[in-house]
Design a protein around this ligand. Structure first.
Ligand code: GRF
Length: 230
């Protein structure tokens, strides 16, 4: 047997995707992997709601999935510890929050420091928290969009990885704007950001985002340029 035939295929980066709801971002990530646009595998999908439609998407895709409901725990920290233990057991390279509607404790965030990412439906730092589409319309914003960011202990405050936006239409309602941001921005943005992350072209270190301007793999960290966004 030649040396070439003995070489193993490198393991794919492992994603654990954490959801609460419809799972349209999860669906986009699955499709990007299937299309060869995202070089990763989904090791596990976790939902904190058994009735989350996203769980059905995960099951139909044949993915490992598990539900951990907060009602089974007395304290928020206990739920976070159980969630963290289940995530760790799946040996993730990246923990992908995709519509996970709970605020995570500092201990949880620090445990996955540098590999915990989230998508938020606004052009951060504008509109942290809920009802972002309604708030953008009330303020008369001409553009609205979404942000993928590293997660830090403060809500929707971590350094940005990528943003995307669309023009707000004169007849947009919060519902139509939310649908359009999802379909035209979020479902493209998250897979694209994850593709950069798993390729090692963007990473979080010492509280800031670094981006390899030379687009070379395996170059030492001090050759990376600091990303202006962070
Ligand atoms: C998305 O708008 C995401 O930005 C926000 O929650 C929503 C989740 O939607 N964090 P889905 O579950 O991916 O359909």
């Amino acid at each position: 047997m030649s040396i070439e035939t003995e070489q193993k295929t490198p393991a794919l980066p492992r994603l654990v995707v954490v959801i609460s709801g419809r799972g349209r971002n999860l669906q986009a990530i699955i499709q990007a992997i299937d299309a060869g646009e995202l070089n990763a595998e989904i090791a596990l999908v976790i939902s904190n709601r058994a009735d989350a439609p996203g769980m059905q998407i995960a099951r139909l895709a044949g993915l490992n999935c598990v539900c951990i409901e907060a009602s089974g725990f007395r304290h928020r920290e206990d739920f976070d510890r159980a969630l963290a233990a289940r995530i760790s057991a799946a040996r993730p390279d990246w923990v992908v929050l995709a519509g996970f509607m709970r605020i995570l404790s500092q201990a949880f965030v620090e445990r996955f420091d540098g590999k915990l990412v989230n998508i938020h439906p606004s052009l951060l730092p504008r509109y942290k928290g809920l009802n972002t589409h309604e708030r953008a319309l009330s303020n008369g914003d001409t553009r609205h969009g979404a942000s993928v960011h590293f997660v830090t202990p403060d809500l929707d405050d971590g350094p940005l990885i990528r943003q995307g936006s669309i023009a707000v239409a004169a007849d947009d309602t919060p519902e139509t704007l939310a649908e359009r941001v999802m379909a035209e921005v979020e479902q493209r943005l998250y897979p694209a950001a994850l593709a950069e992350l798993v390729a090692g072209r963007v990473f979080f270190k010492d509280g800031v985002v670094w981006r390899d301007q030379r687009l070379q793999e395996h170059c030492p960290h001090d050759h990376y340029d600091r990303l202006a966004l962070s």
